[in-house]
Every structure is written in structure tokens, then in C-alpha cells.
Ligand binder design. Structure first.
Ligand SMILES: [Zn+2]
Ligand SMILES: [Zn+2]
Length: 575
């Protein structure tokens, strides 16, 4: 008995020593004069998609951590009507969606249901979310998994997650498999797993690596306001590699919601206090502030609760982070925080450090008045694993004329109609064995519209496709664009495609998807904006080798079982 006790005591002592040696520092508890911001979290998965628990249980975990709001972001195509905002356990719960595009994942918040599935190219999903009035946020841009990493940095996204602990795990797992980093990464992960039961959130935070996406965000801020935010990407489980989203069979219940919620938080500066009772009104207040970039992110597993403010003034007045300030004379930037003295506050001017080594709780920096974007980072220095503790949104000093706009394309001078305005001659259809499609001329005053009717087979995805085809046996040189006036029975997306090659041989295709409204709209599709559909020899289509122009309806943006009509009034190749 005594022996057993001694062995147990020795083991416990050994574990304590090992945890003490290997684990990251315990979070610092700060005396916080509250800064009036509303703490919360975005990017949480429930059991509606690949999360472990339901909204009530998750909200209760958020309440225990002291959060005031959470944003659920279950995977979907945005056709599900979001649940109305609701208070659960005193936590304001918003319902958003995480959309899988071919260029990465995109979170759409504050948006009604989409009339058609949002999917396909990232640039199209970004455009659709914007048209539907949503706030679109690039999720986990740094993910090492190629289908999760964001690749469409030129699209006009509204915000970006500059911190996502799920990405941190994946980066370390990848390093543990790579030969150069295998042993150091495995040692790090082994310690992390060992220490996790004792200091869960600190362990998760200790694995966070510097975000590569910060510079992508910075470069986007030169053209428009872009919300910098953090997502926890909480699922309360880790799915094995290669598991389908939603497949929970082999998942580990780890890291839990509560430890994840203690890692980081988003602090929103609302223009009025939340009532705590009227969920729709509070949601509107919160979303107005998030859309305005009136927020900062903090890694609470390092030090909490945070208190932070970043303002700028010049002769036009004073603004907060997230705002624009007109150009007018010298600028004073002021930062106030409760950062511990060994942390380092850095003010950035675009991609360069303006003022880099501050340890005071409050300070001002004067700077010249030309157009620029300023933002603040407080780094948790003076500890083994320095990382960014607080990240502000940007202050944009500029006027409307200071934003570079791309030069418009030259107008076309030559136009070759591919629809004669009278008959369906030169047009035919293609479809898979399960779908139906027809084309005919539908008379209107003074001519006819080219009418295209389609019906995709319902049920499982079997490659449903219905296409309107115009053959171009001689190629389409020297044209560089296609123009079309088109409308549809209900709002939808149609993939305009160019197809090369001969019948029977390889038929490479390139596409540009267009939004087709119920009212007639003109579209111009430049061939050099088209992207390959599947494997092609060249990234861009070669007009001399194009054998067909196609208008394609498929299951990317049309639900199986859906049918409808599309009218084309004019279609032409131009240059
Ligand atoms: Zn995702
Ligand atoms: Zn996610």
C-alpha cells in the first residue's frame, strides 16, 4: 500500500515537473478597466454541420467564458434561411454560413437565404454574397490544406480571418509529416497533447503561427475597407485527415468548445449598448459595428481581459479603427491599452512599421498627412513564444480620389452577332442523360428572343447539365470578348464557356460564370478572365482553337430537380 502510494506520488511529481517545463505560460489576468467593447466569437460549427454540439450547449459554454455573442457558421450553400438572432444563456447567437468555393471557404453573415446554391469560383461567391447584402469573410486563409486555403485575393471580399486556431493545428500536423521539420514538430505536438488537459487554451494559443494573410489583407486595404477579424473555427472535435465534412465517426472530441472560446475573442465597439433582450435590434447594432470594422481581436489565452483603443485625428476630426479619415494636415495616432509592460506595441503604416517599440499604456505618434492605412499590433513579447496578442482594424486616411481604380478596357469596334434576333438557327442543346433541355425562338415585338428551357434531374448528383451551344468551327479570332443580353425566369447563375478541340478528342473548356437576373441585363465576358474547367493545356482560351460557345446550367449553382427558362435577346463576339 505504502509502495503504491509512493509510486503514485512519484508519478504525479514527474507529471507536474514535465507540465511545468513543457507547457506554455499560464494566461495573465489583467486588471481591466473595461473599454466598453462587446466580446464575442465568430466561426463556430454546431452539430448542424461538423460540430459536436447544438446551439444551446455551445451558447452555455460561451456564457461561462463571458462572451456576449457568437456567430454560428455551419457549412452550407446559403440556400437555408438563417435562424433569426436569438439570446441563449444570455449570449446573442447569430446564424451565418460557411460556403465552400473552389478558391477556399467564405463566411457569409447577415444575409437572407440565397435563391440558388452559392458555390463554384470564389470570385463568384464573393460577388453573390455582396449582391445579397451579406458581409463576406475569408475563412482560414492560411490553411495548409489546399482546398481550405484562400486563393482569390483579387476578389472584393469584405473581411478576412487573420487568426484561426484550426489552421494552427493543421500547420503543425503538416510540419510533423514533413521530413525537415518532422522531429521538432512532433516533439512540440507531443508536449501540446500532454499539456492540453492542464492548460488547454494556452496550449492552443502556443501553436498559433504568424499569419501570412496579414500582408494580403494589408494590400487589399489600399483599395477598400477590409475588416480584419479572427475566427475560432470551433468544432469541438478533430476529424481525421481526409474525412468528409460532417463525418464524425472517427472524430476526437477535442479541443472542446469552452477551451476554444478561451483562446481568443473579437471585441466589437458598438455605437450603442446591447439591450441584452431584444435579439433582432442587438444583432443589427452588432452587425453595423462589425461591418464598419469597429473591432479588434485578442488572444485571451495570453492575457485577459484586454482593453484597447486606437484613434487618429487631423484637421477633419477624430476617428476610430475601421473608419476613414479625410486627408488634411498632420495626423496624430493615439493608442491606449492594458498591455503588460513587457509586451510591445507596434504601429504599422501599410506594410511598413511606423513606430515599433512602445511599452507605455498610452502614447501618441505624429505623422505626415498623405493618404495611408494605419493599424496596430500588440505583440506578447518577453515570453518563450511571442505572438500577436491584439490586432486592430485599420484607419484609412484618404479621400475617394486617392483609391486607385483599374483603367477601363477599351470599347470594342467590331461586333459579330452569334444570335440573329429572329431564329434559333446556329444554336443547339446538349445535356446529360437525366436532364432535359430545349431551345427555340420566342417571338417578341420586332423579332424573337432565343429561349432556352432546362430541367435538371432531381435526386443525387449524377453530373446534371443542360447547355445551349453555338458551334464555331473556324475559331473565334480575333475576338476578345462575348457580349450577351440575358434574363431568366428566376435569379440564377449560368456558366458561359468556350470549348476547344475536336469531337471525340479532348475538349478543353474555360468558363466565366454570370449572374442572370429576372430583368434583362447586359454582360461582357472578356476571354482573359475565363478560367479552366478541369484540365486544359493553357490557362487562358486560345480563340483560334475555340469550337463552341456554351451557356451551361449545372448543379454547381442550380439545385437538382430545378427547371426554368432563360431568354437571350442579343449575343455577339466582339473585339
Ligand atoms: Zn472552413
Ligand atoms: Zn469552419
Amino acid at each position: 500500500m505504502k509502495k503504491l502510494f509512493l509510486v503514485t506520488a512519484a508519478l504525479a511529481a514527474a507529471v507536474a515537473v514535465l507540465v511545468g517545463v513543457t507547457s506554455p505560460p499560464r494566461r495573465l489576468t489583467l486588471a481591466a478597466p473595461t473599454d466598453g467593447t462587446v466580446p464575442g466569437i465568430i466561426h463556430v460549427h454546431t452539430n448542424r454541420s461538423d460540430g459536436l454540439s447544438g446551439p444551446d450547449e455551445i451558447a452555455a459554454a460561451a456564457a461561462r467564458v463571458g462572451l456576449k455573442f457568437i456567430v454560428f457558421t455551419d457549412h452550407g450553400d446559403a440556400t437555408r434561411r438563417p435562424d433569426p438572432p436569438q439570446y441563449r444563456s444570455g449570449v446573442l447567437c447569430l446564424d451565418a454560413v460557411e460556403i465552400s468555393t473552389s478558391g477556399g471557404h467564405y463566411i457569409a453573415m447577415d444575409m437572407p437565404a440565397s435563391p440558388y446554391p452559392l458555390a463554384g469560383e470564389a470570385r463568384d461567391v464573393v460577388e453573390d454574397v455582396r449582391r445579397l447584402g451579406g458581409l463576406g469573410i475569408v475563412a482560414h486563409p492560411d490553411s495548409p490544406k489546399s482546398e481550405l486555403k484562400w486563393r482569390e485575393w483579387t476578389a472584393p471580399f469584405d473581411g478576412v480571418e487573420l487568426l484561426n486556431p484550426d489552421t494552427a493545428w493543421r500547420l503543425w500536423l503538416d510540419e510533423a509529416r514533413a521530413s525537415a521539420t518532422r522531429w521538432s514538430a512532433r516533439r512540440r505536438l507531443t508536449f501540446a497533447l500532454f499539456d492540453y488537459p492542464f492548460r488547454s487554451s494556452e496550449v492552443i494559443a502556443s501553436l498559433i503561427q504568424p499569419s501570412q494573410a496579414v500582408m494580403n489583407w494589408e494590400s487589399a486595404t489600399r483599395r477598400r475597407r477590409v475588416v480584419a477579424i479572427a475566427g475560432v473555427d470551433a468544432h469541438a472535435k478533430i476529424a481525421p485527415r481526409n474525412a468528409d465534412p460532417g463525418d464524425s465517426r472517427f472524430a476526437l472530441p477535442f479541443p472542446g468548445y469552452e477551451p476554444s472560446f478561451r483562446v481568443l475573442s473579437v471585441h466589437v465597439r458598438t455605437d450603442r449598448p446591447l439591450s441584452g433582450a431584444n435579439a433582432p435590434a442587438d444583432a443589427a447594432t452588432l452587425m453595423r459595428a462589425i461591418r464598419g470594422g469597429h473591432l479588434y481581436t485578442a488572444v485571451d489565452a495570453v492575457a485577459t481581459p484586454p482593453s484597447f483603443e486606437f484613434i487618429a485625428s487631423n484637421e477633419h476630426g477624430t476617428v476610430h479603427a475601421g473608419d476613414e479619415l479625410g486627408v488634411g494636415g498632420p495626423i496624430t495616432l493615439r493608442v491606449r491599452s492594458n498591455a503588460p509592460p513587457d509586451f510591445t506595441t507596434v504601429i504599422w503604416k501599410g506594410a511598413a512599421v511606423l513606430s515599433g517599440d512602445h511599452h507605455e499604456p498610452e502614447f501618441s505618434v505624429g505623422t505626415t498627412g498623405e493618404p495611408a492605412v494605419y493599424w496596430v499590433e500588440i505583440r506578447a513579447t518577453g515570453r518563450p513564444n511571442p505572438l500577436t496578442w491584439i490586432r486592430s482594424n485599420a484607419i484609412y486616411v484618404r479621400g475617394a480620389s486617392d483609391v486607385p481604380t483599374p483603367a477601363p478596357r477599351p470599347a470594342s469596334t467590331v461586333r459579330e452577332a452569334i444570335y440573329d434576333g429572329q431564329t434559333a438557327q446556329g444554336w443547339r442543346t446538349e445535356h446529360d442523360p437525366t436532364s432535359v433541355v430545349a431551345v427555340e425562338a420566342a417571338p417578341i415585338a420586332g423579332g424573337a428572343d432565343l429561349r432556352f428551357r432546362y430541367g435538371l434531374a432531381g435526386g443525387a448528383l449524377v453530373g446534371q447539365v443542360a447547355a445551349l451551344v453555338h458551334d464555331t468551327a473556324q475559331g473565334i479570332e480575333p475576338h476578345d470578348r462575348l457580349t450577351v443580353s440575358i434574363r431568366a425566369e428566376h435569379a440564377m447563375r449560368i456558366s458561359v464557356q468556350l470549348r476547344g478541340g475536336a469531337d471525340g478528342g479532348a475538349q478543353p473548356r474555360w468558363q466565366r460564370s454570370i449572374y442572370v437576373d429576372t430583368v434583362l441585363q447586359d454582360h461582357t465576358i472578356f476571354f482573359d478572365t475565363m478560367l479552366p474547367v478541369g484540365p486544359t493545356e493553357t490557362v487562358r482560351p486560345d480563340p483560334s482553337r475555340i469550337r463552341g460557345v456554351l451557356f451551361v446550367v449545372d448543379a454547381t449553382n442550380t439545385k437538382p430537380g430545378d427547371s426554368g427558362r432563360v431568354w437571350i435577346r442579343r449575343a455577339a463576339l466582339e473585339h
